[in-house]
Design a protein around this ligand. Sequence first.
Ligand SMILES: C[S@@+](CC[C@H](N)C(=O)[O-])C[C@H]1O[C@@H](n2cnc3c(N)ncnc32)[C@H](O)[C@@H]1O
Length: 189
Amino acid sequence: MIEDFDEVTQKTLCELEKTQRDFWNISRQTAEFLYNTIVNEGFVSGIEVGTSNGYSGIWLGKAFKSNGGVLNTIEFYEKRYSIAQANFEKCNVADVITIRPGEAIEVLKALPEDLKFDFAFVDANKRESIDYFNLINPHLKVGGIYTCDNVLSHKEKVQTYIDAINAHPEYRHTILDLPAGLSYARKIK
Ligand SMILES: C[S@@+](CC[C@H](N)C(=O)[O-])C[C@H]1O[C@@H](n2cnc3c(N)ncnc32)[C@H](O)[C@@H]1O
């Protein structure tokens, strides 16, 4: 919860919420949900696709930091990830967040095979959701959680991904009625 954060972080998050539409940030409600999920599950290693100016990354970074964990986040737009880096420093999470710059599919393909995550949050090119899933899946630990935003607001663009995860024998999937719609799946085997 935001009340758990230091004053600078609380202020920064409130400031960023004023430009939420310009940077396509997730809602506060979704951010709190992801934060609580990571903290409550005790997750220690995460991947985010779509950093933007770092709004969601601050929340995820705070959650991983409280568990002694780390976050990797991918963004191809230099202007945005520079702002994100500055925001991570301001909010004291830069030490647990690695920005991996570049085209998401290429960055995911280049991840070391032995890099494993217990949490994934996808929020970039909606039409590529299926590609992100196929590339992150081998890195997600059994018991981990895979999430993808905008599955209700961009239903048509993510349909291939939704069909794939619904039919996937290794995942138990549901869509949560958070703003924009959050796809939420646990890897069960
Ligand atoms: C919806 S915004 C992310 C918002 C962020 N998760 C937050 O809530 O603060 C999507 C971001 O993904 C980036 N993006 C879109 N397609 C991408 C791609 N193919 N590779 C890397 N980044 C991409 C965009 O530049 C944009 O900043």
